[in-house]
Ligand binder design. Structure first.
Ligand code: FAD
Ligand code: NAG
Ligand code: NAG
Ligand code: NAG
Ligand code: NAG
Length: 562
């Protein structure tokens, strides 16, 4: 028994020593052997030189800024990458990985750049950027109701290309068309078809990635653990996802949308109280998001809370009005509040654009407006009392700057087991909260006041939300939950945010990570950690200790029985 144990301790120590040596290796970005390496590893028919931008390239700044979606990370003091590879071909992705690893460099991966914390294009340490925006082709096959989508595509492109081929197909993903496929699907992105069809990852059937060895793998060659991890485990931990194969879902030719607003003097408390009982349990065809924000009251210099109910119904307005009259009469929905349109055009409605906008706008890549922002998330598992709501209104009005978006769960979400994909938030959730602040002025002080409002509202909501662990949504990245420095405590640091984002699935994510990327080449501030060598030693020692105690106990027990 002692023999195998000692080798189990020795091996991690050897690995530990070699790891320490790796971390003291140089990561000098000015060394152009890295650029030579990239050249050496790209195919002659697809020269990588056309994809490389250094700070000396005239278009370096415009390439970098093109996909910055949070102005907090566009300041003059924000660290910039020392090089950008805007891959034009899969061999460029392979070269970036092989050479990045060989030169012990930190690589950030960006698809649509919508990461709330700028994690895809910003780091405290020197890094280079692998930008995926050029790899965005899509093949739709209506016969098999599937499509292959490259990760540099945006959701707007996905919806547009599907609708080009069929008016009765769609895909259950996010409501903002400029969001990138790469980060969105990797994190378990969702949208207003969630109660009917689950999240994006529930409709992913294959994937193509480049792994830490630079090998191109698909579902069959990567194996089910890695494929499972790519469905909601968060981008940037396992490899570069090149493309996802998705299942298209059926939508009716005509859908109905509405947006109805009620302030506190228009019975908002009563209506919100009822919403929480209705929205998570009503028919799966109906998704009613609730937005709570502070607005001016009718009297001068007063504030009130406004509740906005925005909905998508997979059916016509007549049946919607009758369903709402029966199940949610408190809202008082009228036929005139409803708009019938196509599923594709409903995307504009949800993005607060004119529903008659030219469809080609979905292919554009500029967002409507750029802003500074902060987001946090929570899950609610039990209804809140009227007194609870009254307190929430008071707090919101006091803070003023933070709003909340509620997205109802239930329906299909409650049927899918929490271990089915790496995204764990399933049965038992009534709704998810997004805490939100947007602002348009530069400056540390302004930023701090908005960020603090969001944090304080999140703190105030503690008694009303999930506990032990308090849960959070990976796509709503929030560095307040913890940052990983990827040192010897990487596993501990990773558990802080990992358990909140993934709860019981975190363990399998770590095991998979340790298997497929043991040197932790793919890492971000909140990536899945490898099981650190120190931690391994501790666990093995603990096991050995328990075994010895048990052995002594057993030995003693046998002896006394004699
Ligand atoms: C305006 C706006 C609206 C949003 N609406 C929704 C919504 O309706 N529903 C929802 O669920 N979420 C929504 N989000 C959140 C969004 O889903 C996440 O921010 C998502 O990660 C964005 O994907 P991206 O490719 O644009 O991001 P990026 O910033 O490019 O990437 C995000 C993370 O994924 C990694 N990553 C990116 N591409 C790859 C790749 N190809 N391979 C491996 N790792 C990769 C990055 O390194 C980073 O860690 C919204 C965000 C914004 C800013
Ligand atoms: C590139 O390849 C050449 C020839 O194969 C080799 O001599 C050289 O060292 C390589 N350079 C780098 C930086 O890998
Ligand atoms: C980002 O900052 C640069 C200068 O620092 C500025 O020119 C550019 O307009 C900014 N981008 C946006 C979208 O504001
Ligand atoms: C608020 O509700 C009460 C009864 O529940 C009703 O009489 C009143 O008309 C409602 N007010 C508004 C503005 O809808
Ligand atoms: C709200 O009221 C303040 C003054 O109290 C005013 O400056 C502001 O413009 C108002 N906002 C809106 C959206 O009307």
């Amino acid at each position: 028994m002692l023999q195998p144990l000692s080798s189990r301790i020795v091996i991690p120590i050897v690995v530990l020593v070699s790891l320490l040596c790796i971390s003291c290796a140089n990561d000098s970005p000015h060394d152009n052997t890295f650029v030579h390496c990239l050249g050496n590893h790209s195919e002659p028919s697809h020269p990588i030189s056309a994809a490389i931008f250094t700070p000396k390239s005239p278009s370096f700044s415009s390439v970098l800024q093109a996909y910055i979606r949070n102005l907090r990370f566009n300041t003059s003091t924000t660290r910039k990458p020392f090089l950008i590879v805007a891959a034009l071909h899969v061999s460029h992705v392979q070269a970036a990985i092989v050479c990045g690893k060989e030169h012990n460099l930190l690589m950030k991966i960006r698809s649509g750049g919508h990461d709330y914390e700028g994690v895809s294009y910003f780091a405290e340490q020197p890094f280079f950027l692998l930008d995926m925006f050029n790899l965005r082709s899509m093949e739709v096959d209506i016969d098999s109701e599937t499509a292959w989508v490259q990760t540099g595509a945006t959701l707007g492109e996905v919806y547009y290309r599907i609708a080009e081929k069929s008016k009765i197909h769609g895909f259950p993903a996010g409501v903002c068309p400029s969001v990138g496929v790469g980060g969105h699907i990797s994190g378990g992105g969702y949208g207003n078809l969630m109660r009917k069809y689950g999240t994006s990852v529930d409709n992913v059937i294959d994937a193509q990635i480049v792994d830490a060895q630079g090998k191109v793998l698909n579902r069959r060659t990567m194996g089910e653990d890695l494929f499972w991890a790519l469905k909601g485990g968060g981008g940037g931990s396992y490899g570069v996802v090149l493309a996802y194969k998705i299942n298209l879902v059926r939508v009716p030719e005509t859908v109905t949308v509405f947006q109805v607003e009620r302030t506190l003097d228009q019975n908002a408390t009563d209506i919100v109280y009822n919403w929480q009982h209705v929205a998570p349990s009503i028919e799966n065809d109906l998704f009613i998001r609730l937005i709570l924000e502070v607005v001016n009251g009718t009297q001068v210099a007063t504030k009130t809370v406004r509740a906005t109910f925005i909905a998508l119904y997979l059916g016509d307005s007549k049946s919607l009005v009758s369903l709402m009259g029966e199940r949610f009469p408190q809202l008082g929905l009228k036929q005139s509040d409803c708009k019938e349109t196509s599923w594709l055009r409903s995307v504009f409605f949800w993005d607060v654009m004119d529903i008659a906008t030219s469809l080609e706008v979905l292919l554009e890549r500029q967002p409507q407006s750029l802003k500074y922002l902060k987001r946090k998330s929570d899950y609610v598992k039990k209804p809140i009392s009227k007194e609870g709501w009254e307190g929430i209104w008071k707090k919101m009005i006091e803070l003023e700057k933070a709003s909340m978006y509620f997205n109802p769960y239930g329906g299909r979400m409650a049927e899918i087991p929490s271990t089915e994909t790496a995204f764990p938030h399933r049965a038992g959730n009534l709704w998810k909260i997004q805490y939100k602040a947007d602002w348009y002025e530069a400056g540390e002080d302004v930023a701090e006041s908005y960020i603090n409002s969001v944090r304080e509202l999140h703190r105030y909501m503690t008694p009303f939300v999930s506990q032990n662990p308090r849960q959070a949504f990976m796509c709503y990245k929030d560095l307040d939950l913890g940052i990983n420095h990827h040192g010897v405590y990487g596993y501990f640091e990773g558990s802080a945010y990992g358990v909140q984002y993934f709860h019981d699935n975190f363990k399998r994510l770590v095991e998979t990570k340790t298997k497929v990327d043991p040197t932790n080449f793919f890492r971000t501030e909140q990536s899945i950690p490898v099981l650190s060598q120190v931690e391994l030693v501790r666990m093995v020692t603990e096991k050995a200790f328990v075994s010895i105690l048990f052995g002594l106990f057993a030995f003693n027990w046998i002896r006394t029985r004699k």
